[in-house]
Design a protein. Structure first.
Length: 79
């Protein structure tokens, strides 16, 4: 398989929140890189074009856009 990420990913298991339009829902961050993340969600979701990924344990917020999704997984790019 060809690696297409611009920076190496780090496997993690962190609680996150996908926040948009004054609301949001929980997710699990499964890997992180300098340019994005893979997150797991409860079920198929329709995400907006842009949203915030909040990782409270790291005290960070990333503005994101979805790149790919399949069932309960979503790949996001940081902006």
């Amino acid at each position: 398989m060809i690696e297409r990420r611009g920076s190496p990913r780090q496997r993690v298991y962190k609680r996150g929140t996908i926040a948009f339009n004054g609301g949001g829902f929980d997710c699990t961050v499964r890997n992180l890189s300098g340019g994005g993340a893979r997150i797991d969600v409860e079920g198929p979701v329709r995400l907006p074009e842009h949203f915030m990924l909040v990782i409270e344990s790291d005290r960070v917020m990333h503005r994101c856009r979805p790149i790919w999704s399949s069932a309960q997984r979503v790949g996001v790019a940081f902006e």
